[in-house]
Design a protein around this ligand. Structure first.
Ligand code: HEM
Length: 141
């Protein structure tokens, strides 16, 4: 049960990373189509939040079912998760309410999408590296 949950957690994190990288194409492919950008951002944020929720669910079930307790790395994961969700929701709200017909606003939000995605990718990559180092015994938190 715990093994399965952690395996699912691990696979979901990798799927999430692939999804985040794929999402970088949204602002590029909708550069001349503001309504397409908004629509794609909506679908993107739904899938983002669905995968993130599954990651948290698998992690929390593993913590409780496996009596793993709250290690420093697990607490870091919860914090990273909250930051990822927070900036994603803020980003989508901005795209939702902006007047994307205004070329400057569209341009600004395209840039913001790319920057925010890059920060999210970086956070996930750092977390994966941290867990690899922990598994190898290099990090002992
Ligand atoms: C509520 C959120 C989360 C909880 C409760 C949680 C919990 C856990 C737990 C208990 C483990 C096993 C710990 C260990 O082996 O020492 C784990 C492993 C891991 N978690 Fe999370 N996690 C959460 C979110 C995340 C997020 C957002 C990421 C990525 C950014 C992440 C990435 C990882 C990785 C890479 C591993 C190692 C998996 C492996 O062994 O292949 N977790 N998580």
């Amino acid at each position: 049960m715990i093994e399965e949950m952690l395996a699912a957690h691990s696979v979901l994190v990798k799927v999430f990373l692939g999804f985040l990288v794929g999402g970088l194409f949204i602002p590029m492919m909708t550069a001349k189509n503001p309504l397409g950008f908004r629509k794609a951002s909506f679908i993107y944020t739904m899938i983002f939040q669905a995968i993130a929720t599954m990651i948290a669910f698998a992690g929390i079930v593993a913590v409780f079912a496996g009596d793993l307790g709250w290690s420093v790395t697990t607490i870091i994961m919860v914090v990273v998760w909250a930051v990822l969700m927070y900036i994603e929701i803020k980003k989508y709200k901005l795209i939702k309410i902006a007047n994307l017909q205004n070329e400057d606003a569209h341009k600004l939000l395209k840039g913001a999408f790319l920057k925010i995605s890059s920060v999210q990718i970086l956070l996930v990559v750092i977390m994966v590296i941290l867990m690899i180092l922990k598994a190898k015994g290099v990090v002992t938190i």
